[in-house]
Ligand binder design. Structure first.
Ligand SMILES: NC(=O)c1ccc[n+]([C@@H]2O[C@H](COP(=O)([O-])OP(=O)(O)OC[C@H]3O[C@@H](n4cnc5c(N)ncnc54)[C@H](O)[C@@H]3O)[C@@H](O)[C@H]2O)c1
Length: 317
């Protein structure tokens, strides 16, 4: 099987690439190192081709598709690190997505796998857990606004696709959100800021296994990928303090939510379990331990957030 992976140096893309290569599939990765690192992938060999470039470069994408002729596209590339830089987010997330979809149609790609943010349901969802019938309301998040057209173009395209709607994916190679930020601040002995939000933290390797299933034919259309339960962010903080063996408990600064943030994004995974089978979700302690082992070895890269409120910016410094 030939698999084109956009953003394959990122957290999700690199774990997915590893699983495909382990079973002998041929992988072509395109990444521009916006948030990804080359060290997340092995050296090129018979099963891996790496191209440094942007998915918004349509001539490049058309050329690569015409030459490589992928069976499967796994589209993980995403831009989000400056929430005020709408232009860059649109180029990668909307125009880049459109370029990949058009190239997939032109080259008879068999399956296209996409990753949407659960923020597509808006920051004030009308139900919890949020079902797939919930209206799409990306209005208050610039990240979500730019991520939404690709899912809509997929619907229009006639391609056979799966779109995983994700809340929080964490583990090794995580460059955004609270895990790298807490790690860096705790290591430096700095105070952490914790909002009163709850989140469902899903292990990147659990997602990657299901991406392989999707490539092999499971699922059709949109799926909420979630364990179905969320925890207060302070629980993540406490798990990290424990795993980092910090002896004196560093009291975090608990702050209110910013106006582009949401108290709880609990998404209903029932259709995912129906179509992908039961998923054994890795416990938070293991997720955190693996993430910390990665940061200990390779350092924190990023610590980005797509949130624009002051506390988030402060944390991301
Ligand atoms: N991690 C999460 O919690 C989460 C939550 C919701 C949705 N998602 C979605 O999951 C997918 C994967 O996210 P991730 O956590 O792996 O992110 P990531 O930042 O770790 O990886 C994204 C990769 O895309 C690359 N990239 C950015 N712009 C590019 C461009 N123009 N051309 C080529 N490559 C480019 C980056 O360099 C990076 O390697 C994304 O679509 C993201 O929106 C992730």
């Amino acid at each position: 099987m030939k698999v084109f992976i956009s953003g394959g140096c990122g957290q999700v893309g690199s774990h997915v690439a590893e699983l495909f290569m382990e079973r002998g599939d041929k992988v072509l990765v395109v990444d521009n190192f916006d948030t990804g690192r080359r060290l997340h992938l092995p050296d090129e060999d018979n099963n891996l081709t790496f191209v440094e470039g942007s998915i918004a470069d349509k001539p490049l994408i058309d050329k690569l598709f015409a030459e490589f002729k992928p069976d499967i596209v796994v589209h993980t590339a995403v831009s989000y690190k400056d929430p005020e830089d709408w232009y860059s987010d649109c180029l990668t997330n909307a125009a880049g997505g459109a370029a990949l979809i058009r190239a997939s149609i032109d080259n008879n790609v068999k399956r296209f796998i996409y990753f949407q943010t659960a923020l597509c349901y808006g920051i004030d969802p009308v139900e919890s857990p949020i079902t797939l019938n919930h209206p799409i309301l990306p209005d208050n998040s610039s990240y979500s606004i730019s991520k939404t057209p690709t899912e809509q173009y997929l619907k229009l395209s006639g391609l056979d696709y799966v779109s995983f709607r994700l809340a929080n994916v964490v583990g090794p190679r995580n460059v955004s959100g609270p895990v790298p930020i807490f790690y860096e601040r705790l290591k430096a002995g700095k105070k952490c800021f914790v909002t009163e939000a709850r989140r469902d933290f899903v292990f990147v390797k659990d997602l990657a296994k299901n991406v392989i299933k999707a490539a092999d034919g499971s699922g059709k259309g949109e799926y909420n990928f979630s364990s179905g339960t969320d925890v207060p962010i302070i629980e993540l903080y406490d798990a990290m303090v424990k795993a980092m063996r910090i002896n004196v408990y560093p009291e975090p600064d608990v702050r209110p939510l910013g106006d582009d943030d949401v108290a709880s994004i609990l998404i209903d995974p029932s259709k995912t379990f129906e179509d992908f089978g039961d998923i054994e979700f890795t416990p938070l302690e293991t997720i955190v331990a693996e993430a910390i082992a990665y940061f200990d070895e390779y350092g924190v890269y990023g610590g980005y957030t797509h949130l624009k409120h002051e506390e988030a910016k402060d944390e991301a410094k």
